[in-house]
Design a binder for this molecule. Structure first.
Ligand code: 13P
Length: 275
């Protein structure tokens, strides 16, 4: 099943986990999780992550496993037409053009150009309206200003003009883990979903309780992005393992992979299978 069909086959309160990767351990943890659960997983690579990994190498790896497993690849947060175009050329399953830092008219213009450039290819294009502060790190408190939040009428105009397949919006979510959980404006999310009638994407899932992630799923957020949560496990477990005597990479890294895998399964099962 393609990613589009899969998203449209989701029940009202189900969502897919989008999991960012940059290292071999993270990729292996994701693959092992899917082998165990048989549940779908979207691997995400931001511009920085795909520069580090090799945008074509990660595509080859996901293609290799795609033959038997429900795994997909998304070019997360492509900040320019050129980087998004590269992922379209490479036939990723989905591409996010993140024009949230552009003026809305420029955001619409570039997103439309990408839709035209895609032609008949079966690749989902995600747009972004509204601003998500922060980055995928552990960070201090982030103030959410009203102007960051997606205006429902602006989201509608964007979707009508661009004809994107998926829409990332800001409802108080932030990238990274902050000391207190961000307060999500679910009513705004619901309103946007009713207007645009296409699947929404929730970025900044780390630091949000499972209960609220599930609530987001039932408001139309069909894909939920998590990165910092897994980066944190990667670092903490690696630090613990590095304190041991061994210098053998696979002995040091195996428990790191195992720990990340457990957390992926936890989110997969809770977001996808909680009916
Ligand atoms: P977090 O790092 O807050 O989970 O956000 C990840 C994300 O939205 C990637 O697109």
């Amino acid at each position: 099943m393609g990613l589009k069909e899969l998203i449209y086959s989701l029940k009202e309160n189900q969502a897919l986990l989008h999991y960012n990767v940059a290292t071999f351990e993270q990729i292996k943890a994701g693959i092992l999780a899917v082998k165990e659960t048989k549940l779908p997983l979207i691997f995400g690579v931001s511009e920085g992550e795909r520069n580090y990994l090799g945008e074509d190498l990660i595509k080859e790896i996901i293609d290799f496993y795609k033959k038997d497993l429900p795994v997909f690849l998304n070019a997360d947060h492509s900040k320019s037409f050129e980087t998004a175009k590269k992922a379209l050329d490479l036939n990723y399953d989905a591409v996010l053009f993140d024009g949230s830092e552009y003026f809305i008219d420029d955001n619409i213009k570039i997103t439309k150009e990408l839709i035209t450039f895609r032609e008949a290819k079966n690749i989902l294009i995600e747009g972004e309206v509204g601003y998500l502060p922060g980055k995928s790190e552990i960070q201090k408190e982030i103030e959410i200003k009203e102007e960051y939040l997606t205006k429902p009428e602006e989201a509608l105009k964007f979707v009508e003009e661009t004809k994107v397949d998926l829409l990332a919006v800001s409802i108080g979510n932030v990238h990274g883990i902050t000391a207190t959980e961000p307060i999500l404006d679910f009513e705004r999310g619901k309103k946007i979903y009713e207007l645009v009638k296409i699947p929404l994407v929730l970025h900044g899932g780390s630091g949000i309780s499972l209960e609220n992630l599930k609530k987001a799923a039932s408001c139309g957020f069909k894909i939920i992005h998590l990165n910092t949560e897994f980066r944190k496990i990667w670092k903490e477990k690696l630090q613990e393992e590095l304190k041991k005597e061994s210098v053998t990479p696979y002995k040091i890294l195996e428990p790191v992979i195992e720990e990340i895998k457990k957390k992926i399964i936890y989110y997969q099962e809770n977001l996808f299978n909680f009916l």
